[in-house]
Ligand binder design. Structure first.
Ligand code: ACO
Length: 325
């Protein structure tokens, strides 16, 4: 019996040209390079130029992913774009990317799960492909978090950056075993009771403003390690695999200490964790595909490798996606 799988055909990413260092931030708020590096591992972040939108970043990442996959725009059946910083309240930023790519068929929509958005989007696209409602999907994570930061709040403005990453998924037949190339398992969770720990204090139906990101950092940290290690275990179990089988953990890049603690808790050696947080900071839904693109471009992730992506974000939402490359 054959089994339909969503295989990763290619990756791409884009970072705005402007790089902001920790020393520059120390000129804006009472902080220091030493504090930021010691508490977060972040050394720099990219910041979108005035007028540069989430769809601008997403388009650049998508074009690169399509080229890497050798897939033409008219082969795409769907676009799912994860973002918490859309160009406009509506329509979906995915439709802006669709139009600008020149894609005139299929469908396009956004997924909103903040930092977990890319993992959610992969799960959604995988389900469409496995249900034969699409053959080829473009999955994007793109954010301009610089637009929702309170640049006077040192506890949050030092943590985030802007960027975009994308992957192309294509359906292929496998035998249903853990050796198949493609997505082997996905797991999603949400707990809306944790709203106050990480949210934006604005929105069209509440304050009618865009608002700013607010966070209780210590509590987010504690929940992140517990939730992420648990969802990693669930996802591996779904595929009948264990931590020892993982070639690469590609975590959401929130904070170096969260990455290290989660890897320690699941018993994975640090050399098998892809870390980009030092260069990108936390780019929310873009962080996992940015890290994927970095690690495939430099040859660390190779065809046949077992790659486990995980993320947690506001909501809380969290999840994982296990794929054989
Ligand atoms: N520079 C200098 N000092 C600072 C800064 C800063 N940028 N920010 C906070 N401080 C101060 C605080 O005011 C506090 O000072 P006090 O002791 O005089 O009151 C001191 O540093 C310690 O503050 P804490 O908040 O206790 O520091 P902590 O060690 O918890 O680190 C941090 C803060 C980095 C935010 C940490 O809690 C964290 O990483 N949490 C996870 C948050 C996260 O990653 N969120 C991303 C979104 S969710 C996700 O992606 C998983």
């Amino acid at each position: 019996m054959t089994f339909r799988r969503s295989q990763v055909a290619g990756c791409g990413s884009y970072l705005p040209a402007r790089v902001m260092t920790n020393d520059e931030l120390a000129e804006i708020v009472d902080t220091s390079d030493e504090w930021i590096v010691a508490r977060t591992g972040i050394e720099r972040r990219h910041i979108a130029a005035d007028g540069e939108t989430t769809s601008d970043l997403a388009l650049r990442a998508s074009t690169a992913a399509l080229a890497d996959a050798d897939v033409a725009v008219d082969e795409l059946d769907m676009i799912v774009l994860a973002t918490a910083t859309p160009d406009e309240t509506f329509p979906a930023t995915a439709t802006a990317v669709q139009a600008r790519l020149g894609m005139t068929r299929g469908f396009a929509f956004d997924v909103h799960a903040v930092c977990s958005g890319f993992v959610y989007a992969m799960a959604v696209a995988d389900n469409f492909l496995r249900l034969r409602q699409a053959d080829t999907a473009l999955v994007i994570g793109a954010e301009t978090f610089s637009r929702i930061l309170d640049w006077s709040d040192r506890a949050t403005c030092v943590l985030f950056g802007d960027g975009a990453g994308a992957v192309v998924l294509r359906s292929a037949e496998g035998d249903g075993g853990a050796g198949d190339r493609g997505i082997l398992a996905t797991r999603l969770h949400a707990d809306g009771r944790k709203h106050d720990m990480l949210y934006v204090d604005g929105g069209p139906s509440s304050t009618r403003t865009t608002g700013h990101l607010r966070m209780r950092g210590k509590e987010v940290f504690r929940h992140a390690v517990v939730n992420l290690s648990s969802v990693v275990g669930e996802t591996l179990a779904d595929a009948g695999l264990t931590t020892d089988d993982i070639d690469w953990l590609v975590p959401h890049q929130a904070n170096r200490r969260i990455l290290d603690s989660t890897a320690r808790k699941i018993g994975l050696p640090p050399e098998r964790v892809i870390v980009t947080v030092q260069d990108h900071a936390n780019t929310s839904a873009a962080s996992v595909p940015l890290a994927l693109d970095a690690a495939t471009a430099d040859g660390r992730i190779k065809p046949g490798d077992l790659v486990l992506m995980e993320a947690m974000g506001g909501g809380f939402t969290w999840g994982a996606c296990l794929a054989r490359w």
